[in-house]
Design a protein around this ligand. Structure first.
Ligand SMILES: C[S@@+](CC[C@H](N)C(=O)[O-])C[C@H]1O[C@@H](n2cnc3c(N)ncnc32)[C@H](O)[C@@H]1O
Length: 414
């Protein structure tokens, strides 16, 4: 583990980051991968009506809305650059049970590779895909695509070796709510980035959603305790020693009904630097609340259809997700704007969703090869990556912005 206290200069981290990644010695089941796989394998597949009864149904719908908007944004960019009608190939890295299959169908892709460490989840994903295909054939629905399924630890195995067509070029790699697992160690992060980058065509995108480490650190400081959260989520640091290490900064994350797993802080400047080594240039990053603000007009119809916000007050016969005191912001909004209803999330749910951020990298074009035949990418270093590693981490650890989760800006969707 590269403890930050030991990182004294940029040269030190340069040496580390430029090492040829050798992931062959990593056992498939060591580290936290086995724990994570066991956790997700044991998660029950709940039907729609069960999911609709969950305390966090709107949080989950909201997260799905963010993913849909992100996928659509970059699918549009790909279609614009490649031309409509071209075959679009996608890797869903850490696909889970296939929660994004309908998004891929709606995006009109031609081929999908689904990979995940949890075998049971991959089986469920395959079954969902087959059911979807059958329904499509029965209803003579177009938008049919082919798919392949891989059980693998994406932080330790080279996915390309398991593709049916090893020469395949991807247009998009999507890694939703999962990339942070690789920040357990440098070799695992290198491996995951290589999986994301090596088959992407130049101009293709690597997109995803991760917890925002700056926000987590700020909330941790604000709480003044090793654990913090609310009735919906909880974060607990085992060794909350600041400054946190670049890799392996572990915390336990639990989300009611869904997750209870070890996760790792993602140090964004380090991610940016490593990604460039793999030819990935950061083109966008924003916290969920910013992404929501930017996209809410465009995605208003989808917000409604996906029930990504809860109507407050509820219509008769509906059940409110949280306690009444968790909607004071919504009440204030109703009073201020003299409206009868508002689309919102309970405060604990908003505090949980606003922990996250979206990112997008674009694959650069290699301009030459180095003496060992590795591609060299020619693009200027971004400002943040020319800082010394210790300075940039210090900045993250010092960040006091977003010390308090922002309240939801209520949105009148009714
Ligand atoms: C929160 S779920 C997200 C699933 C899916 N991407 C979604 O958005 O619905 C995290 C997923 O990451 C997978 N995962 C965690 N670590 C992994 C690893 N090292 N390699 C592959 N998959 C991993 C888990 O099995 C789980 O399915």
């Amino acid at each position: 583990m590269a403890a930050v206290e030991n990182v004294t200069s940029e040269a030190v981290i340069d040496t580390d980051l430029n090492k040829e990644e050798d992931t062959s010695s990593l056992q498939k089941t060591d580290g936290h991968g086995a724990v994570v796989a066991a956790h997700y394998n044991a998660l029950e597949e709940k039907g729609l009506s069960e999911r609709n009864k969950s305390r966090i149904v709107h949080l989950r719908n909201f997260n799905n809305w963010i993913k849909s908007m992100l996928i659509n944004e970059y699918m549009d960019a790909i279609k614009n650059s490649r031309g409509v009608g071209m075959a679009i190939k996608v890797l869903d890295m850490c696909c889970g049970k296939g929660g994004d299959l309908l998004k891929w169908r709606n995006a009109n892709i031609s081929h999908l590779i689904c990979a995940d460490i949890a075998e049971t989840s991959v089986d469920q994903c395959r079954t969902r895909f087959q059911d979807m295909r059958q329904r499509q054939q029965r209803d003579r629905h177009s938008n049919a695509f082919t798919a392949e399924f891989i059980v693998a630890d994406c932080t330790k195995a080279r996915l390309r070796e398991q593709y049916k067509d090893v020469t395949l070029q991807l247009d998009l790699v999507s890694c939703q709510f999962s990339f942070h697992y690789c920040f357990e160690s440098l070799p695992q992060t290198e491996c995951m980035l290589r999986n994301a980058a090596e088959c992407l065509r130049p101009g293709g995108y690597f997109i995803g959603t991760i917890p925002d480490a700056n926000d987590i650190v700020a909330r941790f400081r604000n709480a003044g305790s090793t654990s913090f959260g609310n009735p919906v989520y909880k974060i607990e640091f085992e060794k909350p020693e600041e400054p946190f290490p670049l890799f392996g900064a572990k915390y336990g994350f639990s989300l009611v009904d869904v997750v209870n797993c070890p996760e790792f802080l993602v140090h964004i400047p380090t991610l940016e630097r490593l990604a460039r080594k793999h030819g990935l240039e950061l083109v966008s990053k924003s916290r969920f609340e910013e992404y929501y603000e930017k996209n809410k007009e465009k995605g208003r119809g989808l917000l409604g259809r996906m029930q990504a916000l809860e109507t407050y007050p509820q219509f008769e016969g509906q059940t409110q997700s949280g306690e009444d005191e968790e909607y004071t912001h919504a009440k204030e909004f109703l009073n201020k704007y003299k409206v009868n209803r508002v689309g919102t999330l309970s405060k604990p749910e908003w505090e949980a969703v606003s922990l996250y951020m979206v990112f997008a990298f674009r694959k650069m074009k290699a301009v030459s090869m180095d003496s060992e035949g590795r591609p060299v990418y020619d693009a200027p270093e971004p400002k943040s990556t020319s800082e010394t590693a210790d300075n940039s981490l210090k900045r993250q650890n010092d960040s006091s912005e977003e010390a308090n989760p922002k309240r939801i800006k209520s949105d009148d969707t009714t």
